[in-house]
Design a protein around this ligand. Structure first.
Ligand code: SF4
Length: 344
């Protein structure tokens, strides 16, 4: 595996959080050539991975987890954590992608920021052993933050890293990591509260709804609809109809960008200031009226006239058919609460 090179090379999984930044920084400080790898979820997330890589002065490879990850989250082999977070399956999947990158980059081992006992589902010794066994990386993973507490892996066996340098952090506390970040002068990392959307209750409600009411016809639509789950306010009007209403101008721009790709119908204010909406599934004249009322609920009433909403429908040849709808009455808060999916 390692032959001609004099300096060992490692692929560091970089999430954007503190632990993975610390792990990569430590290993780099031991004279090892470190390349970062950040994996993007199809559900999206906010991440400081690029800032972390810049601060660590390491190159960063960014790869997509892709459509297969959407299927993995729907039917994980090893179950979920407290929400729709299938951490064991997710780690196995990430290690598979890391291993592909390790081979492409001709690197020798893989670094993660995992800490024994930090996450009940995936970061305990038994789960870590299971993950290593089920992924193609058994023995190739180095966990510098907890390595002093667990069995030696290839990097140690080959003498690329020394056991006395490996830390023995365990448990859910963050004190040791925060102190170490100060010692290593690291500041560009996400707060521990941020991170994976799959661990959030409101997002998990939207995800369950997405899996139980599929409206995509192509892989492209599926990916676009998955990336829309984190945006806007979500409402289920009926078993057949879901609506996403933008909350901010940035979300308005994002849903406008994604509407054709997602296979949705697009609704926007015609004579007032307010948000746009995407509609998934089928529309009756009743649900059409409900969507227009929803937009009026979040819009500013025009002086002396009724709210008017334009709907844009696209046929299979990508031709757009506009139509104008008059709003009879904005949706009441009671009705809104009945339609809401998760907290919006
Ligand atoms: S918290 Fe999210 S990203 Fe991390 S292992 Fe679990 S599912 Fe995967």
């Amino acid at each position: 595996m390692l032959s001609l090179k004099t300096v060992p090379k490692a692929i560091a999984l970089i999430s954007g959080g503190l632990d993975s930044a610390l792990a990569a920084s430590l290993v780099k400080s031991w004279g090892i050539d470190v390349v970062g790898l950040h994996l993007i979820s199809p559900f999206g997330c906010t991440t400081d991975a690029e800032k972390v890589a810049k601060e660590l002065q390491i190159p960063l490879i960014i790869k997509e987890k892709g459509e297969a990850f959407i299927e993995l989250v729907e039917k994980p082999q090893y179950g979920y954590g407290s929400q729709m977070n299938p951490c064991i399956d997710c780690r196995i999947y990430m290690f598979e992608l890391a291993e592909k990158t390790r081979i492409e980059q001709k690197a020798d081992f893989i670094i993660t920021g995992e800490v024994v006992g930090q996450r009940p589902l995936s970061q305990n010794k038994n789960a870590m052993k299971l993950i290593d066994r089920k992924s193609p990386v058994e023995d190739l993973i180095l966990r510098p933050l907890s390595g002093g507490n667990i069995a030696a892996t290839l990097a140690e066996k080959k003498g690329w890293v020394k056991r006395e340098n490996l830390l023995k952090i365990s448990g859910r506390g963050r004190g040791e990591q925060i102190a170490l970040a100060k010692t290593l002068s690291l500041s560009e990392y996400s707060s521990p509260g941020g991170g994976c959307l799959l661990t959030e209750k409101a997002f998990s409600s939207r995800l369950k709804d997405f899996y139980s009411h599929p409206t995509y016809k192509t892989p492209e639509q599926k990916m676009a609809q998955a990336s829309l789950l984190r945006l806007g306010r979500h409402f289920r009007l009926s078993e057949k109809t879901k609506v996403i209403v933008a909350r901010t101008e940035a979300e308005n721009n994002e849903i406008t960008r994604l509407w054709k790709e997602s296979g949705a119908l697009f609704f926007k204010p015609a004579n007032f200031i307010g948000p746009s909406a995407l509609v998934f599934g089928s529309l009756t004249s009743e649900t059409k009226q409900q969507v227009t009322s929803l937009l009026a609920r979040y819009g500013k009433k025009p002086e002396g006239e009724s709210f008017k909403v334009e709907s844009l429908e696209m046929n299979s040849e990508n031709q757009v058919y506009p139509s104008l709808l008059i709003v009879t009455e904005p949706t009441s808060d009671d009705i809104l609460n009945q339609w809401r999916i998760g907290i919006t």
